[in-house]
Design a protein around this ligand. Sequence first.
Ligand SMILES: [Zn+2]
Length: 238
Amino acid sequence: MSGSLKTEGIVLRSLRYGEADRILHLYTPDRGRVSAIAKGVRRAKSRFGGRLEPFFRLRLVLYQGRSDLFTVTSAETLAGHARLRDDGAALDGAARACDAVARLFDDHDAHGGVYHLLANQLALLDADAARATRANALAFRLKLLLAAGFAPQLAACASCGEGDHLSGFSGAAGGVVCSACEASAFAFGQDAHDFLVGALGRPLAEAPDAPGAALAQAERAILATLEHHAHLRLRPVV
Ligand SMILES: [Zn+2]
């Protein structure tokens, strides 16, 4: 178990610990979420500077002793995302993206796609704070569901396979449902359906927009899916 791990990582959370240390929750491409202690990082002369803060994408060397907690031996900035910190909406979008990743995946539950998705989302918000919209946040969450293997079924009724009259959404059934199977479903309109299909099928940077009512239905569908599969409640996106 013990030894050094060279990896990229994104700082999801950074918690004060003791006199001068920090505990970091990191998301890495190959190990998923890991925790690491950075010693002396809160001292003025720390060699880590300010780079062990949330949203930093780092090249790291982590030492693993006998416990599950790694120790940060070195950290180089790959992307600091300084600009997104200057915009309230972008900062909030970044915080919610990191929070969703931290809560959806357990330690060592690795999904390379999730790492790249999160890196992409942070880069987008940093490049253009105007991207921090409700549609972007929902598209991110939907892609997170896909990466975790929980993407809702959208092409046909998730209960009976019917291809038409898809007027409801059911987290328990795992996607859209037809009018005959609607018992545990909520009403789900064409605009919301189109939004989910578009957001799943297109790159994050080209996520579609939709009217507010459709986004509200899309959000409810994402929450219902998460709750059903992961027994997880996330904060609303706005
Ligand atoms: Zn059906």
